[in-house]
Ligand binder design. Structure first.
Ligand code: PRP
Length: 210
């Protein structure tokens, strides 16, 4: 596999690739092996994916864990406008089953302020699980508003606005196999004109797709 760029057309909207497909996949395999080593023989962790951003990481991570695991999802939304978390978290979808006595592994795509996971951890702890651990693909510790330390981190990154591998801008780019920094033209145009879905958005439409 080419470890630098893919042929994905959406990559033309990136200023640069931060993490290539090969780099991400290798790290996910390492995390899966480490998670497996850290649980006791016979433990069957419940992987809880936080929708929607974590869906790609979760689907790769769970295949990298060579033991039985269970799967469930939570969906949250933060109030307010803009790309940043606003400070309040709202639960949109709860777990399907009780988790008392279960080993929970929360799976996130990115931790920014820490507000989402602080809220979710508190909520889940009240349900008396055997343990709660957190795995995040990306961590931005410089953005933290609340102290929160994940147990497993794929990559610690600077405060850059990144898309791909589950991470979106305005619901786009989740299907990019790499993680990269979006060209400013792709998000500035959105702010200026708020086009309808399907309309070309960017000044750089000839070179890119936004
Ligand atoms: C992102 C990410 C985390 C949260 C992290 O979700 O997936 O859930 O923000 O931010 P925080 O640490 O500041 O709380 P987002 O609200 O963008 O929704 P999405 O996963 O559906 O893209």
């Amino acid at each position: 596999m080419n470890d630098s760029l893919t042929d994905h057309p959406l990559e033309r909207d990136l200023e640069r690739v931060l993490l290539s497909e090969g780099t991400i996949q290798a790290r996910v395999r390492e995390l899966g092996a480490r998670i497996d080593r850290d649980y006791e023989p016979g433990d069957e962790p419940l992987l809880v994916g936080i929708l929607k951003g974590a869906c790609i990481f979760l689907s790769d991570l769970l295949r990298a864990i060579p033991r039985h695991v269970a799967l469930d999802f939570i969906a949250t939304s933060s109030y307010g406008a803009g790309a940043r978390s606003s400070g309040q978290v709202r639960l949109l979808k709860d777990l399907d089953k009780p988790v008392e006595g279960r080993h929970i592994l929360i799976v996130e795509d990115i931790i920014d302020s820490g507000l989402t996971l602080t809220y979710l951890k508190r909520m889940l702890l009240a349900r008396r699980p055997a343990s709660i651990r957190i795995a995040t693909l990306l961590d931005k510790p410089t953005r933290r508003k609340l102290p929160l330390t994940p147990d497993y981190v794929g990559f610690t990154i600077e405060d850059l606005f990144v898309v791909g591998y589950g991470l979106d801008f305005d619901e786009r780019y989740r299907n990019l196999p790499v993680i990269g920094v979006l060209k400013p033209a792709c998000y500035q145009k959105m702010d200026e004109e708020a086009p309808q879905a399907g309309e070309p958005r960017g000044r750089d439409a000839k070179e890119g797709t936004c």
